[in-house]
Design a protein around this ligand. Structure first.
Ligand SMILES: Cc1cc2nc3c(=O)[nH]c(=O)nc-3n(C[C@H](O)[C@H](O)[C@H](O)COP(=O)(O)OP(=O)(O)OC[C@H]3O[C@@H](n4cnc5c(N)ncnc54)[C@H](O)[C@@H]3O)c2cc1C
Length: 596
């Protein structure tokens, strides 16, 4: 099905073309006799013009490379660069806050800041596809994952030695809403997981209890079960989250937990935050609820102070080396090259891969990487792009007869070797029925990775080339063992008396024939997509990128909020998605306190 796109400038201020915004060309203000001030200005203009010519020619030169690297096919029509509209001058746009990246976090921060009355500008590289049924409908998710390169950032990846030299498919959505277009799992972090934030920052405002209010701000929580957890969750927030309860399978899952001597909890956000339970999802009756739709689109007609520029790609920040302030952000759209100037602050929300990339292109990062790529070091921060974490995921399969889980999503967070306590749970798995084949898919995640899965650097200084991503799953062999033990554990679950009495279940994958589980894991592991940590939060510039206020260490007017700020050596057990919302809400609160 061809992608549907809202036309630019279609609604009051959503997806406006850059020319619709009141622009101040830096070339257009010179009619008076020349004073020394004017001469200085003129020199600046000549300098700027020269810089523009150099930059434009660089882009003209880079464009064919970019087009080749994107393997551009049907999506060139809404791609970010069109050689016929290459800029002859840099235009200027101002706002109180400029948010770079309209993904999960960026849409929340933009909408909330506009709600508080700030002039807010969101620039995002993807198009606005909010009304596209492919984005909204759960039934289309598989099709989206496998058949829609035009909605994705192109990421060239090298093969992974520990995965039998396979090249993984890493998906990063390039659409307004970003990686909110996901599997829908919407779990909170546990107390123990928030303790990683407290340890990294020394700040108890990251405790499970304190962060609960930010989850509540985002949640409109519904459970179809006969228990009430409304005081635990928010019910007035924009994002609808549903936990579906199936009365028959609920009892069965409880019995399975009991038989294996594991805890069962109705809600993992409650005191018992591990064991057997049911997943909460951002799909309700098959329709996705996500920040682009529920925070951003729904406020656009209300707030004329909110401008959203789609198909606009940030290239870099211009940093003043002396004052360590961002002067502007350079970005390119179909309407040309722009300098965005934030009167208050710049908020970077381009995600785990592109936030560190933009920092590196701006001269903020590891000196060695920057110098190797001929980028002037404006501010050294060694950890930019390091600490890439992901859970990794494998899929095992069962053939079933008379088996039903209804619409519910049974899941468990356990330790596959020892009895579980919440901080040593090393496995998260969830059950999904294939509605056509009636096969049961079990997705297993490493809930306690012992090592990072890689790091980011640069291919070269081409601002339009994606970052260089080195993936190295199973650097620590314990991470491989977690998956092997997890498969054995799931086999134990599937052969409990409870499940055997309930239905006929036969393992298809890895299968009953003698198969080396290590080989199966190495041959089938996929990225979970739960990438985090590349602009890690922490107390100092040696071991982190942002501080507890999300500020880039050493730069006064630049913050980062997205999954990249999760602390180093930490991966969520059940996925980062909902927590990115809570972090965005916390940053909004900090900005509110700072400026109002
Ligand atoms: C396939 C998949 C399935 C997942 N399933 C789950 C799940 O079930 N549960 C769970 O908890 N988590 C899941 N996740 C992870 C979760 O979705 C992400 O952690 C979360 O959405 C990240 O949000 P973010 O704000 O960090 O970045 P994103 O939402 O990715 O936003 C980044 C935005 O920045 C834009 N951008 C990038 N570069 C530029 C630039 N140069 N200029 C301007 N804009 C730019 C991008 O186009 C994008 O819109 C999944 C992820 C994927 C990919």
């Amino acid at each position: 099905m061809p992608a549907m796109h809202l036309p630019l400038a279609q609604s009051n201020n959503l997806a406006v073309s850059t020319t619709d915004i009141s622009l101040h060309s830096i070339m257009d203000h010179h009619h008076e006799p020349l004073s020394s001030g004017h001469i200085r200005t003129l020199l600046i203009i000549i300098g700027t013009t020269a810089a523009v010519i150099v930059l434009s020619s660089t882009i003209v030169f880079l464009l064919p490379i970019w087009k080749n690297t994107t393997e551009c096919s049907d999506y060139c029509d809404h791609n970010i660069i069109n050689s016929s509209t290459l800029p002859s001058k840099i235009q200027q746009i101002e706002a109180d806050f400029i948010i770079i990246g309209g993904g999960t976090a960026g849409c929340i921060v933009s909408a909330r800041l506009a709600e508080y009355g700030f002039q807010t500008l969101l620039i995002s590289s993807g198009s606005n596809d909010t009304q596209n049924p492919l984005m909204r409908e759960q039934a289309s998710y598989k099709q989206l994952l496998h058949n829609t390169p035009h909605f994705k950032h192109y990421l060239p990846l090298s093969s992974s030695p520990n995965l039998n030299n396979r090249t993984l498919d890493v998906i990063v959505w390039n659409t307004l809403g970003g990686n909110s277009i996901n599997g829908g799992g919407a779990q909170r972090l546990t107390e123990n997981e928030w303790n990683y934030f407290i340890n990294a920052t020394g700040d108890s405002s990251f405790s499970k209890e304190a962060m609960s209010k930010y989850y509540k701000r985002t949640e409109n929580y519904i459970t179809t079960g006969p228990f009430s957890n409304l005081n635990l969750h928010g019910n007035n927030g924009p994002i609808k989250i549903t936990q579906v309860y199936d009365s028959v399978f609920n009892q069965i899952w409880k019995n399975v937990a009991n038989e294996l001597n594991e805890p069962f909890t109705n809600d993992l956000a409650d005191k018992i935050d591990y064991g057997f339970s049911f997943e909460s999802s951002s799909f309700t009756n098959g329709i996705r609820s996500w920040s682009c739709d529920k925070y951003l689109s729904s406020t656009l007609n209300k707030y004329s102070n909110l401008k959203v520029l789609t198909s606009s790609t940030a290239i870099k920040f211009d940093i003043n080396e002396q004052t360590k302030q961002v002067n502007s952000v350079l970005f390119i759209s179909n309407d040309g090259l722009f300098n965005g100037i934030a009167r208050k602050e710049y908020i970077l929300s381009a995600g785990t891969f592109f936030s560190p990339h933009i920092l590196m292109l701006s001269g903020i990062g590891d000196r060695k990487i920057l110098q190797e790529n001929n980028i002037l070091v404006k501010h050294e921060l060694k950890q930019v792009g390091k600490n890439l974490m992901d859970n990794g995921m494998i899929n095992i399969k069962y053939q079933t007869q008379n088996f039903s889980i209804g619409q519910s999503i049974p899941m468990a967070v356990i330790n596959s070797k020892t009895r579980t306590t919440n901080n040593n749970s090393d496995t998260f798995f969830r059950l999904k029925m294939n509605s056509n084949t009636k096969d049961l898919d079990i997705f297993i995640f490493n809930a306690l990775p012992k090592s990072t899965v890689g790091f980011l650097s640069l291919h070269n200084s081409n601002p339009l080339m994606p970052p260089k991503i080195t993936l190295d799953y199973f650097k620590d062999s314990n991470d491989l063992n977690i998956f092997i033990n997890a498969i054995k554990y799931v086999r134990k679950v599937m052969s409990t008396d409870t499940l055997k009495q309930y239905a006929n279940i036969t393992e298809i994958l890895p299968g009953l024939q003698e198969i080396n589980l290590a080989t199966y894991v190495r041959n089938t592991l996929n990225a979970a997509g739960h990438f985090s940590g590349t602009c890690a939060m922490g107390q100092n510039a040696e071991n982190s990128v942002v501080d507890k206020y999300f500020k880039v260490h050493g730069i006064s007017n630049l913050r980062v909020v997205d999954a990249s700020v999760f602390p180093a050596n930490f991966a969520t057990k059940t996925g980062p998605y909902l927590t990115v919302h809570a972090l965005a809400e916390k940053l909004v609160h900090i900005l509110h306190e700072t400026y109002l």
